[in-house]
Design a protein around this ligand. Structure first.
Ligand code: SF4
Ligand code: SF4
Length: 368
């Protein structure tokens, strides 16, 4: 259940902003706020998930702390988003384990790596784990194909199912009907806004992150992470076609499509996640929510480690380090999948639902 005190504080700040309206051109939050005279709890949850935490409104606000009105919109909306992710995550008893998200993500990642490494040691022995394996099927000499694919597929399906349940709950609470979720025009506009990271452009000068100066760094790094993730997904899909349709077993040659896609994707992800971690480290703490910061760092660190171990595995696959790196990489990927519905990745789903809702609302209010 969302904290009544937090909802009251978010409602208080939105009421002040609705009277002031100085920031109405900054992002989608303010026009959506202005379409309301009062704010229900679900209105506030919706507004929180529309916010991209660009912080422009914080640095522009004459009522920000130390003013006695203490308006700090990015912070209060980030706190509400953190609670949204917990409250809508399914199943709820699992989401409670992620209250201290950064710590939980770290412990799960370490446990996943340890479990995979210990299983390989117990079932295959050190002579297999630490040996050099060459040629087609070399990876499966260490971990059988079914031992890689079945647990990873099960974890991914679980994560996607848990996220879907959460988003459907979120949508029902904030909007009402599932039919509107498939409103084609709204979906197209929301997809365009999401893929272009429209609201991180600010008025064209970028957003005020990590500090009060305008910068495009956050938007560019987000793009690297997003497209790196998509390329890695494409690499895995092509590799699955090679394996199941053409009967070719990994590891594939350096010039092959899965390796090229995976390498480019891995580098983009590594640079993007590393850059975002560096921005977070330098970012102003005043408009930040500590819990959200921990969640961000946990997720970005896992992404960074997943791409790093993947690239190291590629570089050292013909050495005795391959078995250990394979176990560490698969454990990291497993940790990433387990934590997807309970960490920062959830923002992709909730923000997208909020953007669809915003598109429907703005169209209706303009009479289009
Ligand atoms: S954040 Fe401050 S300046 Fe912006 S609309 Fe709200 S009260 Fe006005
Ligand atoms: S932080 Fe940025 S996205 Fe969030 S409400 Fe303020 S201006 Fe809008």
């Amino acid at each position: 259940m969302l904290s009544p005190d937090l909802l009251a504080e978010a409602g208080r700040q939105m009421a002040i902003c609705n009277a002031c309206r100085y920031c109405e051109g900054y992002c989608a939050v303010f026009p959506a706020m202005e379409r309301r005279r009062t704010f229900t709890d679900t209105d506030l949850v919706y507004l929180a998930n529309l916010c991209f935490e660009c912080r422009d409104c914080y640095y522009a606000c004459p009522y920000a702390p130390p003013h006695q009105l203490a308006v700090n919109v990015p912070k209060v909306l980030a706190e509400l988003r953190t609670e949204t992710y917990r409250d809508y995550a399914a199943p709820r008893f699992v989401s409670r384990l992620f209250r201290r998200n950064g710590l939980a993500v770290g412990l799960i990642a370490v446990a996943a790596v340890a479990i995979v490494a210990l299983l390989v040691l117990a079932l295959r022995g050190p002579s297999v784990l630490f040996a050099t394996h060459l040629g087609e099927g070399a990876f499966y000499a260490v971990i059988p194909f079914a031992g890689m694919v079945l647990p990873a597929s099960a974890l991914l399906l679980y994560a996607l199912g848990a996220l879907l349940v959460g988003v459907v709950r979120f949508w029902r609470d904030t909007r009402g009907t599932l039919r509107e979720l498939i409103d084609a025009r709204a979906v197209v506009r929301a997809t365009r806004d999401a893929l272009g990271l429209e609201y991180l452009k600010g008025g064209g000068a970028g957003c005020t992150y990590p500090d009060a100066r305008f910068s495009h760094a956050r938007r560019r790094l987000h793009h690297l992470v997003f497209y790196g993730f998509l390329l890695d997904l494409a690499a895995t899909t092509v590799a699955a076609i090679y394996h199941h349709v053409l009967g070719w077993q990994a590891p594939y040659p350096l010039g092959s499509l899965p390796v090229v896609l995976g390498t480019v994707g891995g580098v983009l992800l590594l640079v993007g996640a590393g850059g975002l971690l560096s921005l977070k480290r330098r970012s102003d703490r005043q408009p930040a929510d500590r819990a959200m910061l921990g969640m961000d760092v946990g997720f970005l660190a896992l992404l960074f480690l997943t791409s790093l171990t993947g690239l190291l595995l590629l570089a050292l696959r013909e050495t005795p380090a391959m078995g250990t790196l394979l176990a560490v990489h698969l454990g990291t990927v497993g940790g990433l999948f387990i934590t997807l519905p309970y960490g920062k990745f959830a923002h992709v789903a909730f923000r997208y639902a909020a953007l669809v809702q915003n598109s429907i609302e703005s169209r209706r209010s303009s009479g289009a």
